[in-house]
Ligand binder design. Structure first.
Ligand code: G16
Length: 542
């Protein structure tokens, strides 16, 4: 075995606290950059003699990065790497494989919903043995290791053949190439009533699933068309492409404009959905209606018992803080706990491991359960299909009945993208500095009744996360949250989350932007958004 040592270089952009590294693809392609981060993972995680899972969303540079990681794993004493055929695994499938095969951890190659290609983004995430994103203690150790790398160990060998299923040797290590869909599909068959969903399609139910030329295409075809009998063509944009066909693979109304137009038009199918680059995000649509991620979480929580995997009921519901409070009312109604965590799926890990929460969700189009430790886009779609099959109602019917019974949380997120980092930080710092003086402040006819900066203490391990977003309360009903995105790669993105609870939505079936107009205006004024950013309005509204 020949091990080549290549010079190390400092890792820019790997901050303690982030679950992985997400940067421009060009940065990753600079010799030594990817290697440095992978060496830091291998040094910090101690995978000697253990099994690692490897796969990615197929974006540009996925194949080369997979070969580099395999050779580095071989030179660093990893015993076996289980890798998806062609180097492919969706993020939830990677989580399923780590758990099903009791691997010590996994490396996922993805920049999630960010665009791909040579001018796009690339990313590397490390997941631990529970199948979830590495918690802060582990990412902190990886960061520390990155500061002290003595050498990069990489096997000099020909590439592994990732097109061939089965085991092969790479130096002293075994590479086992698996079908990327098999473990995950088997898991879905245990959780959902496939017979009922098959009968739904056989009865003429129509659906469109937009895979956005990203990783879910093969998974969606395997499930919807091959197993559930949906007609060919149900899955659109099904062929994964290294640059996602030049699109932004983020399933939201702004980036799925065609699907939205279809569903709001005369020829809309009964149901539509989309998933993102690596398959962990989802968007749900019915004929003539958009289901916000916060509402989707609440409806799923209220109906999960209709799916076989959840027939015993759910133990608790967790949502990220900026997600609307609709799910909290479901939890109260079911007599189970509700948890409010900082943004980031990793914060659900301990609650799921401890059996305290079963269903989790985020406003950022993420929904999932204790079946894996990542959010799972196609799981959410299957859950909706299971609920639709069991209730025999339309998406709009289910959502309207839900609002009529539990009230409606009008919700919207306004994103100000690519603003100067200093300007974004100045805005947040100025607002933080005024928090105690904000109650009583009036703007746009509303009065702030409480303001704080969200902090979270993990109920399982006691760890504390601070500065997780500024919350402005306008009475009990209306709320605005401001935080800076942690996933962008250019400048800063300011996210403003806006919501208002309406107990009797029947009387006021409004467009969310109209229902929230005073909350939007008050927040813009109080935070001085235009003054700080120079922007008269948001770039993306979802
Ligand atoms: C990641 C995390 C999500 C989180 C999102 C927040 O999503 O996995 O749990 O909600 O980031 O993004 P931001 O900081 O930009 O608001 P993903 O899909 O990019 O992995």
């Amino acid at each position: 075995m020949t091990i080549k040592t290549i010079p190390t270089r400092p890792i820019e952009g790997q901050k303690p606290g982030t679950s992985g590294l997400r940067k421009k693809t060009r940065d990753f392609m600079v010799r030594g950059y990817l290697e440095n981060f992978v060496q830091a993972i291998l040094d910090a995680a101690d995978l000697t003699g253990k099994t690692l899972v490897l796969g990615g969303d197929g974006r540009f540079f996925n194949a080369e990065a997979a070969q580099t990681i395999l050779k580095m794993a071989a030179a660093n004493g990893v015993a076996r790497v289980i890798v998806g055929q062609g180097g492919i695994l969706s993020t939830p499938a990677a989580s399923a494989v780590i758990r099903a095969r009791q691997a010590a951890g996994g490396i996922v190659l993805s920049a999630s919903h960010n665009p791909g290609g040579p001018e796009g983004d690339f990313g590397v995430k490390y997941n631990t043995a529970n199948g979830g994103p590495a918690p802060e203690a582990v990412t902190g150790a990886i960061y520390q290791a990155s500061l002290h790398i003595a050498e990069i160990r990489k096997l000099e060998a020909p590439d592994a053949d990732l097109s061939r299923l089965g085991a092969q040797a790479l130096g002293p290590m075994t590479v086992e190439v698996i079908d990327p869909t098999a473990d995950w599909v088997a898991l879905m068959e245990r959780l959902f009533d496939f017979d009922a969903i098959r009968a739904l399609f056989a009865g003429g139910f129509t659906m469109r699933f937009d895979a956005m030329h990203a990783v879910t295409g093969p998974y969606a075809k395997a499930i919807f068309e091959d197993r559930l009998g949906a007609p060919p063509g149900t899955v659109i944009n099904a062929e994964p492409q290294p640059d996602f066909g030049g699109h932004h693979p983020d399933p939201n109304p702004a980036h799925c404009a065609d699907l939205m137009a279809l569903m709001m038009g005369e020829n809309a199918p009964d149901f539509a959905a989309a998933a993102d680059g690596d398959g962990d995000r989802n968007m749900i649509l019915g004929r003539g209606i958009y289901v916000s991620p916060s509402d989707s979480l609440a409806v799923i929580a209220a109906n999960a018992h209709l799916a076989p995997g959840y027939s015993e009921g759910i133990a608790g519901i967790a949502r990220s803080m900026p997600t609307s409070r609709a799910a909290d009312r479901m939890a109260a109604g079911l007599g189970i706990p509700a948890f409010e965590t900082p943004t980031g799926w990793k914060f659900f890990g301990n609650l799921l491991d401890a059996g305290m929460a079963t269903i989790c969700g985020e406003e950022s189009f993420g929904t999932g359960s204790n079946h894996v430790r990542e959010k799972d886009g196609l799981w959410a779609v299957l859950m909706w299909l299971n609920v639709l099959a069991a209730r025999g109602e339309s998406v709009a019917g289910i959502l309207r009945a839900h609002w009529a019974k539990h009230g409606r949380d009008y919700y919207s997120r306004h994103d100000y993208e690519g603003i100067a980092t200093e300007a974004a930080e100045a805005l947040m710092t100025a607002l933080r500095g005024r928090l105690t003086g904000l109650p009583g402040v009036e703007a746009a006819g509303l009065t702030i009744t409480a303001a704080d900066d969200f902090a979270y203490q993990d109920p399982v391990d006691g760890s504390v996360a601070e500065l997780q977003g500024i919350r402005l309360m306008f009475g009990e009903e209306a709320r605005a949250v401001l935080r800076l995105s942690g996933t962008g790669t250019e400048g800063a993105t300011l996210r403003v989350y806006l919501e208002r609870f309406e107990p009797d939505p029947g009387a006021h079936a409004l467009d969310p932007q109209a229902a929230l107009s005073d909350v939007i205006a008050a927040t813009r004024e109080i935070a001085g958004i235009e003054r700080h950013t120079g922007r008269a309005g948001p770039d993306v509204i979802t």
